[in-house]
Design a protein around this ligand. Structure first.
Ligand SMILES: Nc1ncnc2c1ncn2[C@@H]1O[C@H](COP(=O)(O)OP(=O)(O)OP(=O)(O)O)[C@@H](O)[C@H]1O
Ligand SMILES: CC(C)(CO)[C@@H](O)C(=O)NCCC(=O)O
Length: 404
């Protein structure tokens, strides 16, 4: 810390902005980006924060080039924050920067920069507030744009402890704005944000098929966080939260902790990876015999009753932690898939986008959802996924910051 920061543009040259449509400011011969003198920007640092029921998501825009004037007036504390956030991938005991998700050379309000993606558990929120107070964030910004339930819950603490006002933004608004912004801008980084999964039940590593999401309407977005929200999106302005379920990512993790003694999401997923849910669930074939219930299209390998074998002592003895974790994952995922498909059928929508941190490091659920959408719609519907899984709300809040 306290290091001598180099000018933001190391070579003095302008980082290339590949998004020609958004390149607003011309570049002079000296490489200085010229902005309209009249333009007032929100003071750096630019953050967006999504304070969810389980995880806080923080996105940070790191400007790659600022004018010499801006460099001169830039406060030391701002440089320190930038350096701290961009040169580490772990913060304190629990903060993580998902470096693989970083978006480079993004044009935001005429500034070219990198967007960084950071998360930490919501139970650490008070630690974050204490740090913001200690580092005197309020000397840099007086307002922070925040979304998620925690924007309401922690509003008072932010104001009294940190002296920063939280500008509260609706979580569904932010989610949708974030999705479209990231989808549009990820092309700049040379990959497709949106993808479907080929042969979901294959044992080979997941094959992602890029999906062009530029004209996606209407679509359904299923946000699998602690709980689950189902949002029908008819156009950029016209959307509604049509359904939800409390059986979500928080339920999976909570039940896994109870049933297996695991302590983290990563551990729960690792256990599930090595388990067999059929030792825990009662299948249609356990009830009907191998043929299944053909009259209504229920094949023998369909789950008839999740955890339905666990009333039998012998089955309980035979079920390992891994089997219990897998059954929990399958139960929660299939229930969400069922709700999603019912809404897609009801609203005659073909595209169902699954997001939220439940899908982090969780190919099992992605495959199950992809297969379920295909199977139950007889190929008419498609499950879509987005690389930035749980960060869209925070990106939406960042956009609120820069456009206010
Ligand atoms: N490192 C992690 N720690 C805890 N949960 C994780 C982690 N990684 C993934 N998850 C999963 O992601 C879920 C939280 O997802 P997400 O961050 O999208 O929701 P949230 O914003 O906290 O919740 P909500 O939107 O319901 O308020 C957890 O319930 C868990 O299933
Ligand atoms: C309460 C929210 C919206 C908070 O993000 C989320 O956790 C959720 O959608 N829960 C499900 C609530 C329900 O519809 O039963």
């Amino acid at each position: 810390m306290g290091d001598k920061d180099e000018p933001l543009s190391s070579s003095g040259s302008k980082p290339e902005c590949k998004d020609k449509k958004q390149a607003i400011y011309p570049t002079s011969k000296t490489g200085t980006r010229q902005r309209k003198a009249s333009l007032k920007r929100h003071p750096f640092p630019w953050f967006g924060i999504d304070i969810g029921g389980t995880l806080v998501k923080l996105v940070y825009f790191e400007p790659l080039y600022i004018t010499p004037d801006e460099q001169q007036t830039e406060k030391e504390s701002l440089k320190t924050i930038r350096k701290y956030l961009t040169s580490n991938t772990a913060y304190g005991g629990t903060g993580i920067r998902d470096a693989h998700l970083e978006l480079k050379n993004i044009n935001l309000q005429g500034y070219v920069g990198n967007i960084h993606f950071i998360r930490f558990p919501t139970e650490q929120m008070q630690v974050f507030i204490n740090m913001a107070k200690e580092k005197q964030f309020a000397a840099l910004i007086d307002t922070m744009h925040a979304t998620g339930g925690g924007a309401y819950k922690f509003e008072e603490s932010f104001l009294t402890d940190v002296n920063i006002r939280l500008n509260k933004l609706d979580e569904m608004d932010c989610l949708l704005k974030g999705i479209h912004f990231v989808d549009h801008n990820s092309d700049v980084n040379g990959h497709s944000e949106c993808f479907s999964i080929q042969n979901p039940l294959s044992n080979d590593p997941i094959v992602k098929v890029p999906f062009d999401f530029r004209n996606p309407y209407p679509y359904i977005v299923v946000n699998i966080g602690s709980g689950v929200s189902v949002v029908l999106v008819k156009s950029q302005e016209d959307y509604s939260r049509v359904s939800g379920t409390s059986l979500g990512g928080g339920t999976f993790l909570g039940l896994c902790c109870l049933l297996t003694g695991c302590k983290t999401f990563e551990e729960a997923i690792e256990l599930a990876t090595h388990g067999e849910s059929t030792k825990v669930d009662k299948l249609v074939s356990d009830i009907y015999g191998e043929g299944g219930y053909t009259k209504f299209g229920l094949a023998g390998d369909v789950v008839a009753s999740s955890f339905g074998k666990m009333n039998i002592e012998e089955c309980r003895q035979n079920a390992s932690k891994e089997d219990l974790a897998k059954a929990t994952l399958v139960t929660i995922t299939n229930n969400i898939g069922g709700i999603a498909i019912n809404w897609a059928v009801k609203e005659e929508v073909e595209r169902i986008v699954f997001v939220g941190n439940f899908l982090r490091v969780n190919p099992i659920s992605m495959r199950l959802l992809a297969y379920a959408m295909e199977y139950w719609s007889k190929g008419a519907m498609r499950a879509l996924f987005l690389e930035h899984e749980g960060y869209f709300g925070a990106v939406g809040a960042l956009l609120g910051t820069v456009t206010c």
